[in-house]
Design a protein around this ligand. Structure first.
Ligand code: HEM
Length: 162
């Protein structure tokens, strides 16, 4: 292959051994960056939020398996099954900080896990900006309401209420 053919299309003058020799008189071609920043480009285009929520779904899922299966086993299988559940049973369990923390963790993890899962579903399927926005507002409102109300109930439950 001749030197002429080897350098075809590069715009560079070739030396005898085929090396490119750019100089002030023969500058290298400027290649445009694939994603040039414009005036409209936000300052930070990369964040780690989605990576953290992805990880949270996996980790909370693992913890939920233990919490939920343990919960179902105690409530529905052991000790007479579902027939034992009543006000006295709940009062007895929430007298113990261990079960308060168990239920609190289950509430928070299930709500945050479920809400984040639904956030993904809404982002994936709701096509109009407005629809996505309002569905997520509804989701966040319901989540905050349920988490706060549940937490309040776990800690203010009064077994002597009449
Ligand atoms: C019991 C153990 C659970 C495990 C191991 C688990 C695991 C997971 C994992 C790994 C994902 C992510 C899937 C993906 O990104 O493709 C996910 C998504 C989801 N989870 Fe759970 N989860 C559990 C319980 C729950 C509970 C209690 C709820 C509801 C409160 C829930 C609601 C959701 C929803 C709505 C999604 C999104 C579904 C989607 O993207 O299509 N999960 N789950």
């Amino acid at each position: 292959m001749s030197t002429e053919t080897a350098n075809a299309g590069t715009g560079a003058a070739g030396s005898a051994d085929g090396e490119r020799t750019y100089s002030v008189d023969n500058p290298a071609p400027v290649i445009a960056p694939p994603r040039a920043r414009t005036g409209k480009t936000p300052k930070a285009t990369r964040g780690n939020f989605e990576m953290h929520t992805w990880l949270f779904m996996r980790l909370s899922g693992i913890v939920l398996v233990v919490l939920v299966l343990g919960h179902l086993l105690i409530q529905l299988v052991l000790d007479g099954g579902v027939t034992k559940i009543g006000f006295a049973f709940v009062a007895g369990r929430w007298a113990s900080p261990f079960w308060q923390v168990w239920d609190l963790l289950m509430l928070w993890l299930a709500m945050l896990h479920g809400a984040n899962g639904l956030r993904t579903v809404v982002n994936d399927y709701a096509e109009r900006d407005n629809t996505r926005f309002w569905l997520k507002m509804l989701l966040y409102t319901a989540t905050v309401f349920t988490v706060l109300l549940g937490t309040l109930v776990i800690f203010t439950f009064d077994p002597n209420i009449r």
